[in-house]
Design a protein around this ligand. Structure first.
Ligand SMILES: Cc1cc2nc3c(=O)[nH]c(=O)nc-3n(C[C@H](O)[C@H](O)[C@H](O)COP(=O)(O)O)c2cc1C
Length: 379
């Protein structure tokens, strides 16, 4: 392992060594044949940037405004389930690190630390992400909890009415809480830091679902999830949420202009162009290919945000150039967390931001608002 960690790939490699394989694969991989997972990255990489020289770069800044909030850098932490299994108190560590970096952290419903625990620990507002579950009373309770925790934005994820199969999870025996078995005993024992931190820690199951998730034993994640998500949800359910949520409402997980228009009609303040990081519909278009059409469809009627495949600041620049106001990253931050806890999350954010700033400088953009498609090479 290099002494200096200065890329997301370095953090990924360290994460691979520090957490058990079932968890590393859960972070790292996509669904089915992983075509969309690859597409997200390959399509981003294929875009070329226009180098400009001798532009006055005094006062260069990657700061921006998203949904009326000032962000120091246009990169936020995407909602990710099971985050507290990658490092002890993972969500609290990650939220603190993002706060330090003055950028948002979005907590998933499927987190290990509960919303209340994270809120009490960081004492600042967090974004909160929900799935609409079969049990409407539960959804209502979650919205009430987000209100009580002063969340400025509620993100409703819509690309998971049923769960796409990530083939490695059942093969690796991924379960919540994590299990110590003869098959994984060796690698768990070889990762004492994780063993002491997570296996012997107090939080190892879904913190937000205490009344919901079976607490009496170990449950195969995929089986349980399969039974809870509601495949009958429609745009009317987004209106249902809108009627109960007075703050910013964000619809996450769409790729098509028509769906983006529907989201605006249902009252969304922002949409996130996302295919769940290539973890759901395999064969779906990459998010960077979908982004310009979605941005054109909604215009300035709502903020367009982006995620999928970001592994460097140049990727963030390309998404901003193609119409995103801000970006989220999932895997890039989770590698940092699994490698080094909160310090790794802050490092991942610093790496992405510095790479973005250098890219801005070398393409002649001093402000995020000056990043546009004219800075990309058209073929
Ligand atoms: C380990 C993991 C867990 C995730 N869990 C959730 C989740 O609970 N809710 C959600 O809306 N999206 C979830 N996502 C998707 C992310 O929010 C985001 O869309 C995706 O990670 C972006 O792609 P990237 O990982 O290539 O940056 C998860 C992603 C990962 C990698």
């Amino acid at each position: 392992m290099p002494d200096v960690l200065n890329s997301i790939e370095d953090l990924r490699e360290l994460a691979r060594r520090r957490i058990p394989r079932a968890l590393f694969d859960y972070i790292d991989r996509g669904s089915y044949d992983e075509r969309t997972w690859h597409r997200n990255r390959d399509d981003l990489r294929a875009i070329e940037l226009r180098q400009r020289v001798l532009v006055d770069l005094t006062g260069l800044s990657a700061g921006t405004t998203v949904l009326g909030e000032r962000w120091d850098s246009p990169i936020a932490f995407a909602p990710t389930g099971l985050t507290g299994l990658f490092h002890r108190d993972g969500e609290i560590e990650a939220a603190r690190a993002m706060l330090e970096r003055r950028a948002p952290f979005c907590l998933s419903t499927m987190s290990i630390c509960s919303l209340e625990e994270v809120h009490a620990a960081v004492r600042r507002p967090l974004w909160f992400q929900i799935y609409l579950m079969r049990d409407r009373a539960f959804n209502e309770a979650l919205i009430a909890r987000a209100l009580a925790a002063d969340c400025p934005a509620l993100v409703v994820t819509v690309d998971l009415p049923l769960q796409g199969l990530r083939r490695r999870d059942p093969k690796n025996g991924l379960s919540v809480p994590p299990r110590f078995t003869p098959a994984n005993a060796w690698e768990v024992l070889m990762r004492p830091r994780w063993l002491m931190g997570v296996m012997l820690g107090k939080r190892r199951t879904f913190g937000n679902l205490a009344a919901f998730f079976p607490q009496d034993g170990v449950t195969a994640l995929s089986e349980w999830v399969g039974g809870q998500f509601d495949p009958s949800i429609t745009w009317r359910d987004i209106e249902w949420v809108r009627a109960r949520w007075p703050h910013k409402l964000v619809v996450k997980g769409l790729l098509e202009p028509d769906d983006a228009r529907n989201a605006v009609a249902a009252g969304a303040d922002a949409v996130i162009v996302s295919n769940h990081g290539g973890r759901q519909l395999d064969g779906a278009t990459s998010t960077i290919a979908a982004l310009p059409r979605v941005a054109a469809a909604v215009g300035d009627r709502c903020d367009v945000l982006f995620d999928g495949g970001i592994t460097c600041g140049q990727d963030v620049f390309k998404a901003l150039a193609l119409g995103a106001r801000g970006c989220f990253a999932g895997k890039a931050f989770l590698y940092g967390l699994a490698a080094l806890g909160g310090r790794g999350v802050a490092l991942a954010h610093a790496i992405l931001t510095q790479e973005l700033e250098i890219t801005m400088a070398l393409t002649g953009a001093r402000r995020v608002a000056e990043i546009g498609s004219h800075r990309l090479v058209r073929r």
